[in-house]
Ligand binder design. Structure first.
Ligand code: PBG
Length: 327
């Protein structure tokens, strides 16, 4: 053995015991920082499994209330609701209808757990349109930005009337936050907030979500969702959303965009959320089902990494379960 000069600086001292590691840990992960996304499908009497998201279901109205109650009891502070209507049409009428599945669910969830959790609604047309796009189409088949904004304004009002705390515009139309803010204010819903999907990428990791909402989309969303090669653009859009009145902004997906998440966190002064999306969930679940990965450890490491990168709030399908692991 050759003579070596022993190190004077020994970072391992701070890792010697569990207590020491607890004392110096930089990142917290608490149930209160988690939001549970939930799907509710019109006409169901029993919850229906989503094949590509093992453990996640399309809820009936009844099972939805059970799930939000469990989430609230676990200490989760938010739920994000997605509605799957029985019938879809070209303009997504079901999204605007006060009797539509999403608005009905918002009303029921707000009545059940509205004091304990923040109730959020996805504000987008894709679950309600027969073509599966996030907006209405122009004659040439392209998504018509400004016609879509009019629909978003009405959808925001419908959700606010139903009792939502935060609307979550996820369609990436230009100017959507300003239009929604003005529409809500004009009818007196000044306390209804906006969680804007500031940086949302055209991502393969949304794959399983399309099954979750029975999406009929053909083609892709690249004319409105962002190009995965662009980080500056993501920051710019998040900043624009804050300027337009967003109360919180989101980066989505999370794992492949942790750099964007960090940059957005540094660029804005409102809470930043990150969405640990369906494909990220499916990858861990699939690997764990094969015994290739320690599932619980992978879940906590994933959520911790998203917090470390800058998320104040994380939307994750593991929210209720992770809260249990964190007890
Ligand atoms: C749009 C919306 C999508 C997701 C959340 N909101 C789908 C899309 O943009 O294609 C994806 C969420 C996930 O993959 O978990 N309403």
């Amino acid at each position: 053995m050759s003579e070596i000069q022993p190190p004077v600086v020994r970072p391992r001292r701070l890792r010697t015991t569990a207590a020491m590691r607890e004392l110096v840990a930089e990142t917290t992960l608490r149930p209160r920082q988690l939001v549970l996304p939930l799907f509710v499908r019109e006409g169901l009497t029993e919850p229906q499994p989503i094949t590509s998201m093992p453990g996640v279901v399309q809820h009936s109205r009844e099972s939805l209330l059970k799930a939000v109650t469990e989430a609230a009891e676990a200490g989760i502070k938010g739920v994000m609701l997605f509605g799957v209507p029985e019938t879809k049409d070209a303009v997504g009428s079901g999204a605007l209808d006060p009797g539509g599945i999403l608005n009905v669910a918002i009303r029921e969830v707000a009545a059940e757990v509205g004091d304990a959790v923040v109730v959020m609604g996805d504000l987008c047309l894709d679950e309600f349109t027969d073509h599966g796009h996030c907006g209405v189409l122009a004659a040439d088949g392209r998504v018509d930005n400004d016609a879509t904004l009019a629909a978003y304004a009405d959808m925001a009002i419908a959700q606010a009337e139903a009792g939502v705390d935060l609307v979550g515009p996820s369609g990436m139309m230009d100017g959507q936050v300003a239009v929604i803010r003005a529409a809500l204010d004009a009818v007196g819903h000044t306390d209804t907030g906006i969680l804007a999907y500031g940086a949302k990428y055209a991502s393969a990791f949304f794959g399983p979500f399309r099954e979750a909402v029975d999406s009929s989309l053909e083609g892709d969303r690249r004319t409105y969702q962002q190009d995965p090669r662009n980080a500056l653009e993501g920051v710019r859009e998040a900043v624009m959303d804050v300027e337009q009145g967003a109360d919180m902004v989101m980066v989505k997906p999370a794992l492949a965009y942790l750099d964007v998440l960090r940059q957005v966190r540094d660029a804005v002064d409102v809470p930043v959320a990150a969405y640990n999306v369906s494909g990220e969930y499916a990858m861990v679940e699939a690997a764990a089902a094969h015994g290739w990965i320690d599932r619980d450890a992978a879940i906590l490491e994933t959520l911790t990494a998203i917090r470390r990168a800058g998320a104040d709030v994380i939307l994750t399908y593991w929210a209720t379960e992770a809260a249990g692991l964190l007890r």
